[in-house]
Design a binder for this molecule. Sequence first.
Ligand code: PLP
Length: 441
Amino acid sequence: MRFVSTRATAGQAAHGATLSEALARGIAPDGGLYVPERFPALGTAEFDGCATLPEVAERLLAPFFAGDPLAPQLGAIVREAFDFPVPLVRLHPSPAGGVDDDAHVLELFHGPTAAFKDFGARFLAACLARIPRADSRPLTILVATSGDTGGAVAAAFHRRPGTRVVVLYPKGLVSPRQERQLTCWGDNVTSLCVEGTFDDCQRLVKAAFADERLRAGYELSSANSINVGRLLPQACYYALASLETWRRAGKAPGFVVPSGNLGNVLACVWARRVGLPIGAILMGFNANRTVPDYVERGEWRPRPSIATLASAMDVGNPSNMERLRHLHPEWRELAGAVGAVSVGDDEIRARIRADRGALGQTWCPHTAIAAEAYARLSPGKRSGTPWVLVATAHPAKFPETVEPLIGAPVPVPEPLARLLELPSRAIPIPASLDALREALP
Ligand SMILES: *Cc1c(COP(=O)(O)O)cnc(C)c1O
């Protein structure tokens, strides 16, 4: 299997990259994003006997690894990366109130940093650790984060020989618990608290990659959400949840996915494309309406992001839209393939309160958007179809928002509690390339 750039023309596409090259490079040399040159066709029967996430993942990803030096190690990679549970939990009654509704929640927050980013970060780390490198210097992974990605990447690479992680996060713009997760590591992880916004952090990472002096001194890599090594592992939990539903109910479930940069939902679209039993895909957005407006009207108008309660989804120009449009170049076709709704902060608050009372469920602000989007489905779309609501983070990551709404403390899961006890270390820097150069280990 070759991976080609979304910006390649037909002739160039023939070259493409191997999986290992695509993983190591992150972004394609022409500035586009890597996508598989074609999608394999796998029916449900091909997953007979696959019951766990590593088993499903090994079957699903084998065609994507075919011909790559990593192929013989696929089994070891998925067993190492996916070593925590992925429960699919029944909701009864459903967030829409119906006792006959077939609604489940897919809990993606049981990894070390309590958000779905752990799947991609751990998988990417397990792959990169197995790609032989000619360079004897450590691989320095730069990651700009608005909250969850940096912690997941730091956790995944912490104490891995031959690698260093440098996390850049915007001062005062991440939640206190997210900040602890970004700064508790030490060893081969350096945390930089940048005087600026998330956009400044991203700009600095890009500038570092373009800087001759830094490139001469370091072997740099990035682990941001455009790396194809984060999408492939995410497709695996959609495969598992769809197969579990298919085996139980004999029907293909719909999925509701809280979305920002579209990495998570794109993995769901890819899983459906491969042939897994997945019906409707509904994206839930916060007040950042770039994608819902496009799906509604066919005009692509990226804009600056707006700050919301679901801050990990505050994206005004989602980079993975380039992959979604590569798959569905026609607006009408794209609007037929995925749905999009936008949920405001007041509705997030109301949904967290309501479902705590009626269902005993505590949502994080991002997951509350999926619950609200589900509740808004017309009865015709809802009844008779199994639906899976994707829970992207544990509510204990956002106590400032959630606890006043439910009037109770949110118990902290054990892996998260352990991280929160560690001492916190960050180097404050102004948002300049000189300062970044000086702060690099
Ligand atoms: C990153 C994140 C999202 C958004 O995921 P995308 O892949 O960017 O669409 C949603 N919820 C949480 C908790 C996140 O950390």
